[in-house]
Design a protein around this ligand. Structure first.
Ligand code: GCB
Length: 595
């Protein structure tokens, strides 16, 4: 007991000394930075002894101390420098055979040299770590972060050494009832430092974030907000877009914010056929921050989605963030290029990035290629609806997704949830998320993947109170897979809302290369027939504004255990895991050609 009390006390002491995780620094891609990717040592700590155990003599309490024996008789039962290494960013599951199914704690350590610059701030930035991370720099706690798919950063100005530094991170991907996502989900729980790690150096006062939006009425006025890292009044920021001959200086108010607008002439709007991006420069002091920004409008009118004032049909496909060949977490532009090239071959102008915010490379590459995006947080299935901490966590993930990507022209939909069972607590929770999303970004559409709840006499009725909170009615349906394919021809749809409709999922499984009758499960012919019947049925849905079938490629899932067929893959891909096209690919491609 005494030991336990000491442990808790010691943990609290360390925690109270922590640096605060500070607001996200946006547009990391275009900032000056030093990469801390590459080789990191790691120790698998199944029982979390590096966190909960301690030694009285000597007292290298916890792995974060990176202790070394000082005398030959010293007992220290870990050594990062003798531990294996992993190339970061990476999921550990596909990098170490022992960790394929592992859910628990792994410690990571990296040492690096750093030259401090006087009067500059230093930040440590993580693109994402799944799921919980506790971060230490030079033996001091920086903080704890929860949520596996969004970036976070710490101000380490007072913690970083001139010379050698050591980062140690406890990463834990255990699932939990109160977490977001919760205990069950149909994708691989890839653990680790899955996205890039950077040191970012800034001036004392710098641009933290900003947001540029085209006025939907005039389409010739651009509104913007700039947020500085401090409540500094009188800071001058020059905003310029050379190609549009814009160059104006604006001054921050007492809260360190600048809100303004300017008009532009001959603006070329961003659209899938011409994904025009302008170089936007923000100059504060001698620092220039560049971004490549597209301007477009997105709105709904009755059952239509209007891009730049014109109706658009979203020819989409859902995608998980998995490498195109052989699985593991996708984490670079090359992965994005391959996945998006498959989507383009299918004829897509839209992708649903399921079921969590994907890496920034993916969003930016899609933007360059003219592909619209639905971006989502992992509020999936049976979230702990009544838990205030869970709501807070979901809200934070939503804010972080929006803050990172609010300048991306291709993102048109923020999705707040996927297939959530109806009930009062769920509605309260999701309504709070919808309001939160709208308060952060009133320029995009809000949606969520709903479920069809009542289907009788071949009438599918959508009856979800959340319809009041969303701009687009989206739902998943699996006729032909979780119910009989022959139902498709008989089915009618009752969607009693005057809003556009997206079928956010439909599909079924097939193992690539397995052939047979169209009634034989897992054959490519079964999946092909399912797509044929579904597309015929979808054409009869009033107000159908787009679809994002499930899914681009086979992906790993621990729920898919059928030997010889699934082998821990969800086989609903139109491409196999290695990029081979299944027959259903051609059915969807043809359907999209007609749209
Ligand atoms: C769904 C889920 C998706 C699953 C899919 C399936 O409705 O949204 O995450 O992977 O069904 O394959 O059953």
């Amino acid at each position: 007991m005494k030991r336990l009390i000491y442990t808790i006390f010691a943990a609290a002491m360390v925690a109270s000394a922590a640096a605060q995780e500070c607001p996200q620094i946006a547009n990391i891609i275009n900032r000056e930075k030093v990469s801390l990717n590459g080789e990191w040592n790691y120790i698998v700590d199944v029982q979390e002894i590096g966190y909960y155990d301690y030694r009285m003599n000597p007292t290298p309490w916890g792995f974060f101390q990176n202790a070394k024996p000082q005398k030959p008789e010293d007992l220290i039962e870990y050594d990062f420098d003798k531990a294996a290494t992993m190339q970061i960013p990476a999921d550990w599951n596909t990098k170490d055979d022992r960790l394929f199914f592992y859910e628990g704690t792994v410690w990571f350590k990296k040492s690096f040299d750093y030259k401090k610059t006087a009067d500059k701030n230093t930040f440590l930035y993580f693109g994402a770590i799944n799921y919980e991370s506790i971060v230490y720099l030079n033996g001091k706690l920086l903080g704890r972060h929860e949520g596996g798919f969004t970036p976070f950063n710490f101000d380490v100005t007072d913690y970083v050494n001139n010379g050698e530094n050591t980062i140690i991170i406890k990463v834990d991907n255990k699932r939990g009832k109160e977490k977001v996502p919760t205990q069950i989900f149909d994708w691989w729980n890839y653990g680790g430092i899955t996205r890039d790690v950077y040191i970012v150096e800034t001036e004392n006062v710098f641009i933290q974030n900003y947001n540029f939006d085209l006025d939907p009425k005039s389409r010739s006025q651009i509104f913007f907000d700039i947020t500085l890292n401090q409540n500094t009044a009188g800071a001058k920021v020059e905003v310029s877009i050379p190609e549009l001959k814009v160059k104006q200086t604006f001054t921050s108010d007492r809260s360190g914010k600048i809100s303004g607008s300017f008009s532009v002439k001959n603006l070329v709007l961003w659209c899938p056929e011409n994904p025009k991006l302008y170089n936007v420069q923000l100059k504060l002091g001698s620092t220039v921050l560049n971004d490549q920004i597209g301007f477009r409008t997105i709105e709904t009118q009755g059952k239509k989605i209007l891009l730049n004032g014109k109706p658009i049909f979203l020819k989409g496909i859902s995608i998980h963030e998995e490498k195109p060949n052989g699985g593991g977490r996708a984490n670079c532009t090359d992965d994005a290029k391959t996945l998006l090239s498959w989507a383009k071959e299918l004829g897509c102008n839209f992708v649903r990035l399921a079921h969590y915010p994907h890496n920034e490379f993916m969003v930016r590459e899609a933007e360059r290629e003219g592909i619209l995006v639905w971006s989502e947080i992992p509020v999936y299935w049976t979230i702990d609806w009544e838990n205030p901490a869970t709501l807070l966590n979901a809200k934070r993930q939503l804010s972080d997704m929006i803050l990172r990507d609010q300048n991306r022209a291709n993102i048109i939909i923020w999705s707040i949830a996927n297939e959530t069972p109806h009930g009062y607590a769920r509605e309260q929770f999701l309504a709070a998320l919808a309001k939160h999303a709208r308060s952060l970004d009133s320029t995009r559409l809000i949606s969520m993947a709903m479920e069809v709840t009542s289907a009788s006499n071949y009438v599918n009725r959508l009856n979800d109170n959340m319809n009041r909170y969303v701009d687009v009615i989206s739902f998943n349906q699996y006729i032909g897979w979780y119910r009989d394919v022959d139902d498709a021809a008989k089915m009618t749809w009752d969607i009693p809302y005057n809003k556009p409709v997206i079928i956010s999922e439909f599909g079924g499984g097939a193992k690539y290369g397995y052939h047979g009758d169209k009634n034989q499960r897992w054959t490519e012919e079964f999946q092909e027939n399912l797509y044929r019947e579904n597309t015929l049925m979808l054409d009869k849905i009033d107000g159908l504004a787009g679809t994002s079938p499930w899914i681009l490629k086979d992906f790993r899932s621990p729920r898919r255990v059928l030997n010889g067929v699934q082998d821990y893959y969800n086989r609903k891909g139109l491409f196999s895991d290695h990029g081979e096209k299944k027959k259903a690919f051609y059915v969807l491609k043809k359907w999209y050609e007609g749209k």
